[in-house]
Design a protein around this ligand. Structure first.
Ligand code: HEM
Length: 522
């Protein structure tokens, strides 16, 4: 899930140079700047009177707005500003007018009451080229085709039947992870690296089955490259007038990097087509996600069929969105459990009772693992993977919280701040999974105190898969091993704002086998 705000954050963190290199001109330049600013503000106030007014916000500079003052940890920075300006405020980031929402009632207003208005996205220039003009779900504008696509993914690809059919693949890869960790017993394990290799294998085999020609290391490298490209500041997004020049070459880089993925997808699709034309489809191919998407393409009825470019754009969507989100969440959960040994002990007890020490964690155990579920929810409350969701864009001018929110602005919803609000949560900074045992709170986005997957028509389409993956991975790590830390260390909670809210320092822990039979690790 790439998002524009990373570019803003990086731009802000690097700052822009305003220095004049000839000192004798400095007072003159400063004077001219002050006059220019005053004229700009006067013009802005006189000619842009809107009723009701725009939300309050810090003053910015002409043209570049608040960009030089924005701090890189956007979720914290926005949370600090909301203490000054209230639950809805505005900032200018170059051409972009950003509106930030910091309260559950206003999040409800944006994502539920006025959901249809706020269901567009602000598409970065690099993503337009990479998705055939926004043919994927993430960047597609709201409308009938978008609704159809979401429905197809949720009802066909992410259906219970389809996820159950792929369970063997998830189970196989999680077992492989347990075996690998068993080989490192007694030494330090980088938890994120271990989890992300497993999540990538799961996503690859779930999307297109076992294809021995696919090199995992090459895929990881290419994915990391494209994620870095999407995260780099792009002046074209902040000043669209500069977009045709692609000053930083980001657009061409994205094009080139994405064409590698599309080349891989095309050759796999060609293979499937040959097999289908041979009439051997049924015997040779399992119903992985690619096969399901291709069948929708071949089905050919106007309403439900997918174009081949849509198939490729969707594969990329699921690949990028599904690979790093789950490991990020599970690494946070392990960090919290290693900081709160009593909670770890409670979870181990539950796993021993439900799974037993002669078995390994299976999908069928998950509904009974209520404490595991509470641990994951509490982790996502304190460390939501997408702390500002993915920015929404209103398709028409509207009013939120008594202020005008203009058509086309970029709306950030600070779920990170809302999920830590002391008015909603007792002792909000404390890791306390028990709070989810006492209340019936789910991921469906109907509680605006807890919505780590968003809510409404742009809500995450991968919730069901993510839920299963997080439980299987975390359950297996804790059930199969006892985890320790190097002497005198305590895992840090410091986070780093980016495409996903990751830990600043990866978690490193030392496993000890805890299951009685060696076969359970094979
Ligand atoms: C812990 C795991 C995950 C979390 C916390 C998460 C969270 C989110 C959030 C917050 C959004 C944006 C919602 C909004 O803007 O209102 C989103 C969108 C999306 N997610 Fe996830 N996600 C996760 C895993 C996945 C997985 C496994 C997939 C698919 C394989 C996926 C696919 C998507 C897609 C395609 C969108 C774009 C939806 C749209 O724009 O309509 N996500 N996710």
């Amino acid at each position: 899930m790439t998002n524009l705000y990373n570019k803003h954050a990086v731009l802000a963190s690097e700052g822009w140079s305003w220095g004049c290199h000839a000192p004798e001109f400095a007072p003159l330049m400063a004077g001219a700047l002050v006059i220019f600013c005053c004229a700009w503000w006067w013009w802005d106030l006189k000619f842009t009177k809107i009723n009701p007014p725009l939300p309050p916000g810090p003053l910015g500079l002409p043209i570049i707005g608040n960009l030089p003052f924005i701090k890189p940890e956007l979720h914290r920075y926005f949370s600090d500003l909301s203490r000054i300006y209230g639950p809805v405020f505005k900032l200018r980031m170059g051409r972009v007018l950003a509106i930030v929402i910091n309260s559950p009632s206003l999040a409800n207003e944006v994502l539920k009451v006025q959901d249809a208005i706020f269901a567009n996205r602000d598409v970065p220039v690099s993503s337009v080229v990479g998705t055939f003009g926004g043919l994927n779900i993430l960047w597609r504008p709201n409308g009938p085709r978008f609704n159809q696509l979401r429905k197809l993914v949720i009802c066909e690809i992410m259906s219970k039947q389809s996820l159950d059919a792929c369970y063997v693949l998830r189970q196989r890869e999680v077992r492989r992870m347990v075996k690998e960790i068993h080989g490192k017993v007694g030494s330090s394990v980088n938890i994120y690296k271990q989890l992300s290799a497993t999540a990538l294998r799961v996503m690859m085999s779930t999307l297109w089955g076992d294809d021995p020609s696919q090199d995992l290391i090459e895929f990881r490298k290419r994915l990391d490259e494209i994620i870095v490209t999407f995260a780099v500041r792009n002046v074209s997004d902040l000043f669209p007038i500069l977009a045709p020049f692609d000053l930083q070459g980001i657009e061409s880089k994205a094009k080139e990097q994405l064409s590698w993925f599309y080349g891989v997808f095309e050759s796999m699709i060609k293979n499937r087509r040959n097999i289908r034309d041979d009439g051997k489809e049924e015997e040779k191919i399992s119903k992985d996600f690619m096969q399901q998407l291709l069948e929708l393409h071949w089905r050919g009825d106007e309403k439900n069929s997918l174009s081949i470019n849509e198939v490729k754009a969707l594969l990329l969507d699921l690949m990028v969105a599904g690979t790093d989100t789950v490991p990020t969440a599970v690494e946070w959960a392990m960090t919290e459990l290693l900081r709160h040994r009593d909670k770890m002990t409670k979870l181990v007890k539950e796993l021993d009772m439900v799974v037993g020490n002669q078995n390994t964690v299976e999908d069928s155990h998950i509904p009974q693992l209520v404490y595991l579920d509470a641990v994951i929810k509490e982790t996502l409350r304190l460390h939501p993977v997408a702390p500002l969701l993915i920015p929404h864009v209103p398709s028409e001018t509207t009013v939120i919280g008594g202020f005008t929110v203009p058509k086309g602005c970029t709306v950030f919803i600070n779920v990170w701040a809302i999920q830590r609000d002391p008015e909603l949560w007792d002792d909000p900074l404390r890791f306390q999974p028990e709070r989810f045992l006492e209340a019936d709170i789910n991921y469906r986005g109907n509680n605006f105190g807890f919505f780590p997957f968003g809510s409404g028509r742009r809500m995450c389409v991968g919730v069901s898969l993510a839920e299963k993956m997080m439980a299987l991975l975390l359950g297996s790590l804790v059930h199969s091993f006892e985890w320790g830390l190097s002497e005198g260390t305590k895992p840090s909670l410091e986070d780093k704002f980016g495409i996903f809210l990751k830990k600043t320092e990866s978690l490193v822990a030392i496993p000890v086998a805890r299951l009685p039979n060696l076969e359970q690790y094979q």
